[in-house]
Structures are given as C-alpha cells and as structure tokens.
Design a protein around this ligand. Structure first.
Ligand code: ADP
Ligand code: MG
Ligand code: ZN
Length: 488
C-alpha cells in the first residue's frame, strides 16, 4: 500500500489600495494594459521601492489567525531570475526571514502545520497571440502584493487539500485580506504530491500548477495519487517534475522536468530596511484580530443556535451579512417573546424553536427573493422579521399567510402586525368558524366526498384546497383536513 503525502503552496493577492513597493493602483482587473505602472514597478534603474505598511500588516494578521510564532526581525530578499514578465530581472521576495512561520490550521479535527507565510510582489502577465505570432506583456499586475503560504507535507488526500484551501479562503475573506477568488487568479494553489510505501518517508515529489478551482485541486490530487501509485506498482520510477491540470480530460500532464534545484542567488534587498516586528507599527498590539474567525463562529452557531446541518452552517459561514442579520433576528425574536409572554427569560427549548422558524423562512423564501440584492438594502428590519416569526410561533397566522406576509414586508418594509390587521390575515382560530366552512364545502362537493369514502386519497387534498380557498388561506391546512375527516 502506498501512502500519499501532500504539501501546498498558496499565493494570494492582497487587497490593498496601492502596490507593494510603489503608489500605483492595485487593480489587475483594469481593462487597459499597462496603465497602473511607474518606474518603480517597471524596475527602471535608479528607482527606489518603499514598503507598503498595510500589506505587511495583512500578512501579520494572517499569521496571527493561523497560529504562527512571533518573530523579531523580518526582511526582504532579491530572488534573481529572468523572465519577460519580470522587468527587473529579480523579484522582491523573502527567503530566510519570512514575516510568519511555524503556524497551523485545524481542518475537520486534523492539524495541518504551516511552514511559513511570506510577502512578495506579483509579476506581470504574458499573453500569447498565436495569430500575430507574438507575445504581449501587461505590467498592471507587476508589483501587486502577493502573500505566499507554504504548508508542511501534512495533507493526505484531495479532499483534505481542498478543505484546507477553502478554509484558508474563508479566513482571508473574514480578515478582509483578500477576496481570494481563484477564477480571477487572486488565490493560486499549487500542490506537491508524493507517494511512499513507508509512513514518514518522503517520496519523489511532483508539483501541479494552474489549478483554478477547489474542485480542480481535489481532482488533481486524487488523480495524481492514482497515477504515481500505478507507476510504482509496475516497478517504474517517478520523475521529479512540474505537471499541469487538464480540466477537460481531468488528468495531469507533464510540463517540465526539474533537472536541478534552480539557484536564485537570494540576497538581502539592499534598498529596503529590515522590519522589526516587536516595534510599532508591526507589534502585537497593532496586529490584533478584530474579527471572529470562521471556526470559532461555527462552534458558536452550533452552541447558541443548535445549528448542526453542514449545508445550513456553510450558508451562514460563507455569507457574513446573512449571518449577522440572522443573529439580530434571533435576538429580537427573543425580546418579542419576553414581551408577549411578559417574562424575563426565554427557555433554551423555546429559543431553538424560534431559530427553527427563522431559519426556515430565512434560508428558503427570503434567500429565494433576494436574488443578488445585498442584505443592507433589504427593507425588512430584523425587528419586523422577528415579529413575523413570533406570529408563526404563536400560530396567529397560517404558513400560507406567513409566506404572503413575508413577501409583502419584503416589498414595502411594512410592519407585520399592521399588515395582518389591514388585510384581515389573522388565523381563523375558533374551530366553530372553520367547522361552518368545512360543512359548506362538504355540502357543495358531494362527488369528492364519495370519492374519498371509496378510497381516493386525492379527494381529501381537493376538499382541503376548497376550505383553504374559502378562508383565503387563513385556516391551517392540517386542522382543516382533520375536521373534514371528522365530518364525513
Ligand atoms: P521546494 O524548495 O522544492 O519548493 P519546499 O521544501 O519549499 O520545496 O516545499 C514545498 C512544498 O512541498 C511544501 O508545501 C512541502 O510541504 C511540500 N513537500 C516537500 N517535500 C515533499 C514530498 N516529498 N512530498 C510531498 N510534498 C512535499
Ligand atoms: Mg517552493
Ligand atoms: Zn508602480
């Protein structure tokens, strides 16, 4: 049995106003090429870089969120190589003294150690024009702050690699470090994979690049594990190489063999001072995490609201505005309940039932009508949403009316009690009133009644429908059904 070993290298573009070492706009999405450029990011001789403090702080925040050890000095180094998208002939990066090191992230109870996180500058972009038989270069991306995170080889499957990358993206979004959109190249995942028949022994590693989705990460890793295992089982050897991922064939292909480790001749960047991480502006007091991290939030949502369903949890974790809105509604609903029942505390059981109602309306009807609209533009205040759920809880309105009411509130931002009053939507509660209507329906639909008596279940649905229509949805269907059965 061969065991896989996987380590990830993840590059993330930081969300800053300006580039890493100059004041050009950080916006690689700009349509026109070569507009966000200056002598510094083009590497003109004699130009001097300056460090973007916000970018450094963002990396330190990532390090704090990922449990990295604190260090005292960090510095930039030159990584020397030639490529047409690198106008300087070197990239400013970090070699020996990265900003962060020795951290970890727990994924589904398993610890993945983080070797280092460092800061560097992105390169330009090449476009190969086959018709004109030439290559074009756009330097808008050159010099954009790029954070590189390297894990220890602690990952064991495509699923784990995918989950790690997904959680990382979530953390970066929570910290507002980056939007980390893989399709846009804001987050780029490279995987290193080897297989070995001995636990702990590292086999020859293969690196896979150009993975532009989480799905691709998972598939590529699983494919590569199979490919390498197959080779070894057939007595063949694995060559150290870089492979690409073919989206359509769903397989990896060889891009280039690694002859020897490339020597970048790193040396300390002479134009930039070292960064002292125990002194302002980079010291601990200045790098406090202001946001609750995803895992902590998950644990809290589980404990406070009893949310256990993974899909539901993901909806809340991936949509912070929705999660905030939900929390406000719950807290308002608890207040409403105290007010209605004239009591000072709400029991856990009652709260969980309120949460169940809120979730069912929020995650289906409400999300359905939202269609890309942002929560902040929604007219329904958390207080009104909460009052609506209390009307449902107290069975003051039927579920059918509740949906109509929600849609009305969504359009007008109106107050639920007022709308119910105006439209005469409150539930027909007195069973005598429903009974009268049921009797009418039974009288008017003799055929359906005899159909039901002869065993046709659909006839009951039909009769219930008639009752609902007569009451304009103000009866509870279950109650109506029970009464029909009783009367015929
Ligand atoms: P390199 O200098 O070749 O880039 P590093 O030591 O920096 O190598 O490791 C790069 C990534 O590859 C890290 O994520 C590391 O965990 C992973 N890695 C290193 N050796 C192996 C191996 N034999 N199998 C799988 N992954 C590995
Ligand atoms: Mg490397
Ligand atoms: Zn510039």
């Amino acid at each position: 049995m061969y065991k896989p070993v996987i380590g990830l290298e993840i590059h993330t573009q930081l969300k800053t106003e300006s580039k890493m070492f100059c004041s050009c706009a950080n916006d690689s999405d700009t349509e026109n090429p070569n507009v966000n450029i200056c002598p510094i990011c083009l590497g003109h001789p004699g130009s001097l870089p300056t460090i973007n403090e916000k970018a450094v702080k963002k990396v330190l925040e990532a390090g704090a969120a990922l449990n990295c050890k604190l260090r005292d000095v960090s510095r930039f180094d030159r990584k020397n190589y030639f490529y047409p998208d690198l106008p300087k002939g070197y990239q400013i990066s970090q070699d020996r003294r990265p900003l962060c090191a020795e951290g970890f992230l727990d994924i589904e109870g398993k610890r993945v150690r983080i070797k280092r996180i460092h800061l560097e500058e992105d390169t330009g972009k090449l476009f190969h024009d086959s018709k004109e038989q030439c290559s074009l270069v756009d330097f808008n991306r050159a010099g954009i702050p790029l954070m590189e995170l390297v894990t220890e080889p602690d990952i064991r499957s495509g699923h784990e690699a995918c989950r790690f990358a997904e959680e990382l993206r979530l953390i970066f979004r929570y910290l507002d470090i980056s939007d980390a959109d893989m399709q846009k190249g804001q987050m780029r995942v490279e995987v290193n994979i080897s297989v070995s028949h001995m636990e702990g022994r590292l086999g020859t590693k293969v690196e896979i690049k150009n993975l532009n989705s989480f799905r691709a990460v998972q598939r590529a890793v699983d494919y590569e594990i199979k490919r390498q295992t197959g080779l070894l089982e057939n007595g063949k050897h694995i060559s150290m190489e870089t492979r690409g991922w073919d989206e359509f064939k769903e397989e990896t292909f060889s891009q280039r063999e690694k002859e020897e480790a490339f020597d970048y001749r790193y040396f300390p960047e002479p134009d930039l001072p070292p960064m002292y991480l125990n002194d302002p502006p980079f010291n601990k007091e200045n790098i406090k995490l202001r946001t609750e991290l995803p895992q902590k939030k998950r644990d809290r949502f589980n404990k406070e609201y009893g949310i256990t369903d993974k899909k539901e949890m993901d909806v809340f974790m991936n949509n912070q505005e929705l999660a905030d809105y939900f929390e406000k509604i719950v807290s308002e609903a608890v207040n409403w309940m105290k007010e209605w029942d004239e009591k000072s505390t709400v029991q856990k059981k009652e709260k969980i039932e309120l949460v169940r109602i809120i979730k069912s309306y929020l995650l289906s009807d409400f999300l359905g009508t939202l269609k890309g609209k942002e929560i902040k533009d929604v007219l329904i205040t958390p207080e009104n949403f909460a009052e609506l759920t209390l009307f449902i809880y107290k069975k003051e309105i039927s579920s059918k009316i509740a949906k109509k009411l929600l849609s009305e509130m969504y359009q007008t931002g109106g107050d639920p009690s007022q709308i119910i009053e105006e439209k005469g939507w409150s539930q027909i509660k007195g069973s005598e009133d429903i009974k009268k209507i049921v009797l009418e329906v039974v009288e008017e639909n003799k055929e359906a009644v005899s159909d039901y008596k002869s065993g046709k279940e659909e006839a009951l649905q039909f009769l219930t429908g008639k009752v609902m229509a007569k009451t304009k949805g103000r009866a509870e269907p279950k109650e109506a059904q029970r009464m029909i059965k009783e009367l015929i």
